[in-house]
Design a protein around this ligand. Structure first.
Ligand code: ADP
Length: 193
């Protein structure tokens, strides 16, 4: 079983590329952002709680996010591997994920980071906001807050995974197809899959 983390700033294309990767390598795609949005649209208790943080561009508290993620792994434990998208975003989430995977004889094999500069990201997010109905995509202050959260809490994970020799940056500029090809080439270079 192979498990990957897809890593990158808001708007870097994780969701788009995760679809291609999960199809090609038969990975079960877990997007914490999508899971929260599903809960919000179904008006669950978790959704209501998550919404108050997401709407401002902040992170949902770790204990809530981690519980949701563990349930999702348990419910899909028969899959060939997982592709984590938008998780982990804090050192605590990464530590908990490592310990949890270890307890069920699994591990993260690689963290793949989509690298895109912030100017390009802002224009992508504003564009997406025109059609996505996502409140956090439609306001520059909220977008900036997401970058701040990333810079404060998430960027420290680069060192965390580099220290484990599991960090692989990929250029996230260019067309969707070009980036998909870069990702496929990288994963195919891991031996053995
Ligand atoms: P993006 O990466 O473009 O910001 P996501 O759909 O991955 O979009 O996440 C949207 C929002 O969901 C985040 O801004 C945050 O509020 C919440 N969220 C998603 N994943 C996590 C996480 N692992 N921990 C805490 N909050 C999260």
């Amino acid at each position: 079983m192979k498990n990957f983390v897809l890593f990158g700033k808001p708007g870097s294309g994780k969701g788009t590329q995760a679809k291609h990767l999960s199809e090609k390598y038969e990975l079960y795609h877990i997007s914490t952002g999508d899971l929260f949005r599903k809960n919000i649209s179904q008006n669950t208790k978790l959704g209501l709680l998550a919404k108050s943080y997401m709407d401002k561009g902040g992170l949902v508290p770790d204990e809530v996010t981690i519980k949701m993620l563990e349930n999702e792994i348990k419910d899909n434990s028969k899959s060939r591997g997982f592709l984590f998208d938008g998780f982990p975003r804090t050192i605590d989430q990464a530590d908990t994920l490592d310990k949890y995977l270890h307890s069920i004889n699994m591990q993260i094999n690689a963290t793949i980071a989509l690298e895109v500069d912030e100017k390009e990201l802002i224009s992508r997010i504003i564009d997406r906001g025109k059609t996505s109905n996502r409140l956090d995509d439609q306001n520059i202050e909220k977008i900036k807050n997401r970058f701040n959260e990333y810079n404060k809490k998430t960027s420290t994970l680069i060192k965390y995974y580099k220290d484990q020799n599991k960090f692989f940056p990929v250029n996230g500029h260019g067309s969707v197809d070009e980036i998909t090809k870069r990702l496929f080439d990288l994963i195919d270079s891991f031996n053995p899959l």
